[in-house]
Design a protein around this ligand. Sequence first.
Ligand SMILES: [Fe+2]
Length: 388
Amino acid sequence: MPIYHTLGQVPRKRHIVFRQPGGALYTEELMGNMGFTGPASLVYHVHQPTRVKDVSLVKALVWEADPEPTFRNRHFRTAGLPATQSVTADRIPLLYNADVALSFVQPLEDDEHFYRNAQGDEIVYISDGAGVLESPLGQLPFGTGDYLVIPRGIAHRYRFTQRPARCLVIESAGYVRTPHRYRNDHGQLTENAPFSERDIRRPSDLQTFDQRGDYPIIVKKDNRLTRVIVDHHPCDVVGWDGYYYPWAFNINDFEPRVGRVHLPPPIHQTFESDGFVVCSFCPRPYDFDPQAVPVPYVHSNVMSDEVLYYASAEFMSRRGIEYGSVTLHPDGVPHGPHPGRTEASLGKTHTDELAVMVDTFRSLQVARPALGIEDRQYYRSWIDSPGS
Ligand SMILES: [Fe+2]
């Protein structure tokens, strides 16, 4: 994330002597992606983060695809998923390809362990719940409607203060960033962007825990969870600076765009990565031409699979959708408003919809656990709906 941030104490220059009150050196760690050339932070630890005592396998994460050989428009109801214990270790797979994986979790308890994803960046959409994300880089309070963006490699732990917690997890093989077209040559978000740096919340309240003991960090790598035991509290940082840290952006801080006639989904884009984008559909006035048709036209999303997570029960063009619904509209069949919805939208002045869209450029697989919450007749709903 291209905003410089610093917390705590850092030495006058990088890579120079920096001593603790007792005389020992702090351990300087570079944390960043793309070798030594991508976004990075310099982090100063009381203890060496390399002090690993033990490693053991927790479990392999096997994502099995729906064996159904045909494709169709699909609808899944996450309200039918069970709550599980851990926000990091018990996620339920929904959809995936090599670029992005979507899962859902409703954690009942806080983790004792810290968690580090070593194979993907994470965007965690907090559909319900509130709390604090702890990391060695500080505390990041979060609440309903937040996207938590957690770059890979950063140990972190969720502390929920408000439940039920419902989280849509978008895991990305590529680096998650703000859309390139929103930024100027210097990385700053321009006046044309639908949000600004002021809307991006960064860690604060850096607390340093100089504590010895066995501290588990569960690391996700190669689709396995491995428990790594270090001999000190992972949040032993006295200071850091740089561009690499967890951050939060609330969907309600996205400034929606409206035109005289309908504007296409890219105006809702919030994040980009490699092989997919994320868009936010927010409450807004409708298009203002007297002849405007507010709902979208039917479209064939050639070269992309479209996923929508419905963060409220309102959605202007769909019947039969509920809070927590997920639709998959794959490349290969057109989709659009349900029968009657276009006519019904004429003259409407605004929409209260709230939804997160993930558009992938390669086909998505449906994970087996999603089959248990599928509305299997959805693909016929343009035929079977009243008014068709
Ligand atoms: Fe669409």
